[in-house]
Design a protein around this ligand. Sequence first.
Ligand SMILES: C=C(O[C@@H]1C=C(C(=O)O)C=C[C@H]1O)C(=O)O
Length: 292
Amino acid sequence: MTDNKDIIRIGKIKYTNVWPLFYRFPTGRADLRDHVHFEEQVPTQLNRGIASGEIDMGPISSYAYGENYQQYLLYPDMSVSALGEVKSILLFHREPLESVANGSIALTTSSASSVNLLRIIMEKYYKGKPQYSYAAPSLTDMMVQNDAALLIGDDAIRASWQNHGYRVTDLGAEWLRQTGQWMSFAVWAIRKDTAERHPELVKRVFEAFLESKRKSLADPAGMIQQAVDTIGGTRSYWEGYFGGLCYDFGAPQWSGLQLYYDYAYELGFLPERVPLQIWSDSGRSDKTAVRG
Ligand SMILES: C=C(O[C@@H]1C=C(C(=O)O)C=C[C@H]1O)C(=O)O
């Protein structure tokens, strides 16, 4: 039985990319209604919130899991991943990447996974260490004093619709080109102490997320219309956007993400090799599969 006092604080990424996992989440269901509370923020805020314990679980930057994996487990079967083009992880630049690699890049303050994916790509494949600075996500302002700008999420989507005249590199496509691998940008992390304290509720929330994913992807019309109404663009744009992302998290995604962590470790961004600790429905960490 779920204790009446049980409540789980769930982070929600403030971008359209996570909608399938939330759009049909059965928030009003009797066994969830008083037990889940959502906090909507950009990824870097959620990364900090879950690390400090203000949030119990939810999607965070995959890089943030790597920084603090000792404290977390990962739900299987849910992520924001792509094999190739993402459409919302975009580097805008004036010159070819070979020259950007020795130039200056403005980075959105909302990202951790994509920022470090960019650093990996620059160092490993373009042999460069550009000068990085953080900036608010405005393409026009970021390009005033820089050779390139990294945007993610809806900021990247909106910028891609501007008549900006820059070259655009989709980092998911570039990662696939260089490695042949998947990339997972967001993973669903649960604090281990939460999984231990509320095993039943953590299982119920897992099933609720999967229900939302299944229903949203099977019948995406309402979600797509809401994206058109709130962000803009056409129905066919959003069909292509949601269709190009993958919300699964299994062996193919694990292998791409493990390579990303291995490179981040090799280049000295992360202090240790990162194991993928997957939650299993006992909710107990001692029964949890460890990969990597
Ligand atoms: C696909 C995306 O993935 C995101 C990128 C993240 C990051 O770079 O840290 C974190 C979560 C995801 O929302 C996107 O934002 O468009």
